[in-house]
Design a protein around this ligand. Structure first.
Ligand code: GDP
Ligand code: MG
Length: 162
């Protein structure tokens, strides 16, 4: 069985956009408005001759328990099922309470966790990226899922972690 990379994070941070970057094709559905119910979806990825599965967990909808609890559940599920976890935050917003809740869960992870600072479309956001060290998940990888900036370094880190 091929290794599994799970992509977690709150709605609208760009998880599906990054999944498509990793796949090199537009397969995961990108939503301009957050909160569209979809099941989690697994895709086959191939990078530098390595095959792995990418799971876009975007389908876990906030239920009665609320957004924070549901995204934390998503992270718990990822820790049970994935070999490596990629947690995505929106660098243009910074770390929210929900991001902190997810980070708290993932700090217990036995599997490698890669912290991705998405929406770094230009250099102006690089200063904000450094503040994400406070999440306690190590080095933030600045990327722009939209433009592809930083995605090569991220993919190298993913392959090293898988
Ligand atoms: P998800 O809910 O986390 O899966 O987020 P999506 O991938 O559906 O993206 C949510 C919105 O953010 C969409 O409008 C995307 O076009 C936008 N988005 C995703 N990545 C980037 C990025 O790197 N830069 C900018 N500016 N917007 C992005
Ligand atoms: Mg999505």
């Amino acid at each position: 069985p091929q290794p599994v990379l799970a992509v977690v994070g709150r709605p609208n941070v760009g998880k599906s956009t990054l999944v498509n970057r990793i796949l090199g094709r537009r397969e995961a559905v990108v939503q301009d408005t957050p909160g569209v119910t979809r099941d989690r979806v697994a895709y086959d990825a191939l990078w530098s001759g390595r095959k792995f599965t990418v799971v876009d967990t975007g389908g876990w909808e906030p239920d009665a328990a609320g957004l924070q609890a549901s995204v934390a559940q998503q992270a718990e599920m990822a820790m049970r099922t994935a070999d490596t976890i990629m947690v995505v935050v929106d660098a243009s917003v910074g770390a929210t309470a929900t991001d902190e809740a997810v980070a708290k869960v993932l700090r217990r992870s036995k599997q490698p966790v890669l912290l991705v600072a998405n929406k770094v479309d230009d250099d102006r956001l690089m200063a904000d990226v450094a503040s994400l060290w406070s999440l306690g998940l190590g080095q933030p990888y600045p990327v722009s899922g939209l433009h592809g900036r930083g995605s090569g370094d991220l993919l190298d880190a993913i392959l090293a972690a898988l």
